[in-house]
Ligand binder design. Structure first.
Ligand code: PHE
Length: 347
């Protein structure tokens, strides 16, 4: 019986905490009214053995007084501040024994998780992670990368230009369109050999199932003596085996970039349709980005002698390799940035 009384008190108190004007009279009726829970419970008192009756009767009366007092207080405070719910000053009698609300525990965003995993894989084979400016001079984004002035290829990147004065040497200011902007910055540090991993936000005017206007790329750059294509292929193989598993296929296709020669595009077999072809991929292959041997002019822009040193570079989308993770079934990249908690909470 005591337990029942305490339960009644706790139930009433938690309802009171949340109550507004209309609720309060209903709470009175439900607990203290003629057929209220407390009133009915008190009616059972005479059925108790004599020794218990006084004790339990006392408890019941105490609870009745508390509830009456609380309901009166609540009525008064709601009159004073009609809009306020239950601030502690409006309702000083808080039952500290009531269980609190559990804080919801968040998790790292899928893209952050992917960046961490990619970083760890490349660090295992000796790459050092760096970051370069998100808002960058045209020279690092294009000029130093062997793009002639007014080359139409600059349009491929559909770059966002920032409304700032044009620097006579460095040109206009842009939102970094690719992580390749970090290549010459890294070279100009003057330390060789280079094994750089640059992961950063990039911006382009684009949006469809496999493009967003802000996305992430990771760029590898290796410069040293005797670096050749077989080293590039070895690094690609190591990355794909580690990140996607040994069963997945990847390939390189001849391509053209201004800043690599020869250049390749890198594709991986599509993880959504298992290579049979779907709305996301091209006939079972999804293009991840580019790669190639660093163009001598780029080495020169970075004050490195191309007669002595060679290098390779690759740059791919983080979101794209993430989409290719087996079992994830991410077929529209834009969901990553829709802030949809039902989606995000699953990871
Ligand atoms: N920067 C190129 C792009 O964004 C990719 C690339 C990086 C190509 C490095 C070659 C070497 O498409």
């Amino acid at each position: 019986m005591e337990e029942q009384l305490i339960q009644i008190k706790n139930d009433a108190m938690s309802l009171l905490l949340e109550a507004d004007k209309e609720d309060i009279e209903q709470i009175y009726i439900d607990f203290l009214g003629k057929k209220g829970r407390l009133t009915l419970a008190m009616k059972d008192l005479p059925t108790l053995p004599i020794e218990k009756r006084t004790e339990v009767g006392k408890l019941a009366n105490e609870i009745k007084n508390i509830l009456e007092e609380q309901i009166d207080d609540k009525r008064a405070s709601l009159k004073k501040t009609p809009a306020s719910h239950t601030s502690s000053s409006a309702n000083p009698h808080i039952d500290v024994t009531l269980p609190g609300n559990k804080p919801s525990v968040g998790s790292l965003h899928l893209v952050t998780q992917a960046i961490d995993e990619i970083t760890t894989i490349f660090q295992t084979i000796g790459f050092t992670k760096v970051r370069y400016p998100e808002v960058e001079y045209d020279w690092y984004a294009f000029g130093a990368l062997n793009f002639p002035e007014d080359h139409p290829a600059r349009d491929d990147w559909e770059t966002f230009f920032v409304d700032l004065p044009i620097d006579p040497k460095m040109g206009p200011v842009v939102l970094t369109p690719h992580t390749s902007s970090g290549q010459v910055r890294e070279m100009l540090k003057g330390e060789l050999p280079i094994k750089m991993l640059n992961i950063a936000k990039c911006y382009r005017r684009q949006s469809d199932v496999s493009h967003t206007s802000m996305f992430h790329q990771f760029e590898g750059l290796v410069v040293g003596k005797g670096v050749n294509i077989s080293h590039l292929k070895g690094v690609l193989d190591f990355f794909f085996n580690s990140y996607l598993g040994e069963q997945r296929k990847w390939r390189i296709r001849p391509y053209h970039f201004q800043f690599t020669e020869p250049s390749f595009e890198v594709d991986v077999s599509c993880g959504i349709c298992n290579g049979t072809g779907c709305k996301l991929c091209k006939e079972g292959w999804l293009e991840l980005g580019g790669a190639g041997m660093v163009h001598p002019n780029v080495l020169r822009a970075g004050k490195i002698d191309p007669e002595e040193y060679t290098g390779f570079a690759f740059g791919w989308g983080v979101e794209r390799v993430l989409m290719m993770k087996e079992g994830l079934q991410l077929d529209d990249l834009r969901i990553l940035y829709s802030n949809n908690l039902d989606f995000l909470k699953q990871f």
